[in-house]
Design a protein around this ligand. Structure first.
Ligand code: FAD
Length: 209
């Protein structure tokens, strides 16, 4: 089987790796002329973490990753600031993800926003589930339908959690910043930390088997 993947982001590359593993002939198209020089550190948890474990790359991720114990906001001079400012925080919701033999994964169809902090994780999980269904379903149509059936409720849950959290993550007024800082400090207390983690991450999902 042959596949063309548009976009060498984390979702496209994860899918290329999975399809190559199951014996597909894969071409990846990327409009950027080369790897970008900037980047940002990401939290990595949730279904993408399970997928990374299932495909055996978790030890390597632990080697190159960091355990972050504290987060502070700093300005360009390194001075501590009470918060970050966003012009816009957006999600992507589409009524359907596939048409004929074309389908979408990652932010293109399921962006949950920076507030949810799981977009890369969900893109990797989507790649894993899509490749798995393409390797086992009786037809491409049924594989794409099954992929969306499994992923869509998980994405909808993370999007809803992010929408609920947006008010305190992206305060509308300056006076709300100290309240957010206090809430972040409280969130580190034993017991409360578990509650806050559940509220931020959404329901645990077992979509990677
Ligand atoms: C500040 C910030 C913090 C974040 N923190 C986290 C976090 O802590 N944890 C987490 O899991 N996620 C986080 N995310 C979200 C995560 O980065 C994204 O959800 C993830 O990168 C989406 O991957 P993707 O492959 O779907 O899309 P992208 O990374 O956007 O990749 C798409 C690629 O497709 C290419 N492309 C677009 N159109 C075309 C075309 N027509 N032809 C060819 N190529 C094309 C683009 O150039 C790009 O390289 C964060 C995002 C931001 C911005």
């Amino acid at each position: 089987m042959k596949a063309v993947i548009c976009g060498a982001g984390i979702g496209g590359l994860a899918l290329a790796q999975r399809l190559d593993t199951i014996g597909w002939d894969v071409v990846v198209l990327e409009r950027s002329p080369g790897p970008r020089t900037h980047g940002y550190m990401i939290d990595f948890f949730g279904p993408g973490y399970d997928a990374a474990e299932a495909v055996g790359v978790l030890p390597r991720l632990h080697e190159v990753g960091y355990v972050v114990t504290e987060m502070t906001y700093r300005d360009e001079e390194g001075r501590r600031r009470s918060g970050m400012y966003y012009d816009q925080v957006a999600q992507v919701e589409l009524p359907q993800w596939s048409r004929d033999r074309v389908t979408l994964i990652g932010d293109a169809c399921q962006a949950v926003s920076v507030v949810a902090g799981q977009g890369a994780s969900l893109a990797i999980a989507a790649a894993y589930v899509l490749a798995d269904r393409l390797s086992t379903a009786p037809s491409i149509d049924s594989a794409l339908a099954e992929y969306e059936r499994v992923l869509r409720p998980v994405v909808a849950d993370k999007q809803e959690v992010a929408r609920k959290g947006v008010r305190w993550f992206v305060p509308e007024a300056r006076w709300q910043l100290p309240a957010r800082r206090t809430a972040l400090h409280l969130a580190r207390l034993p017991l409360l930390d578990r509650y806050v983690a559940d509220a931020v991450a959404g329901k645990p999902s077992a979509i990677i088997s």
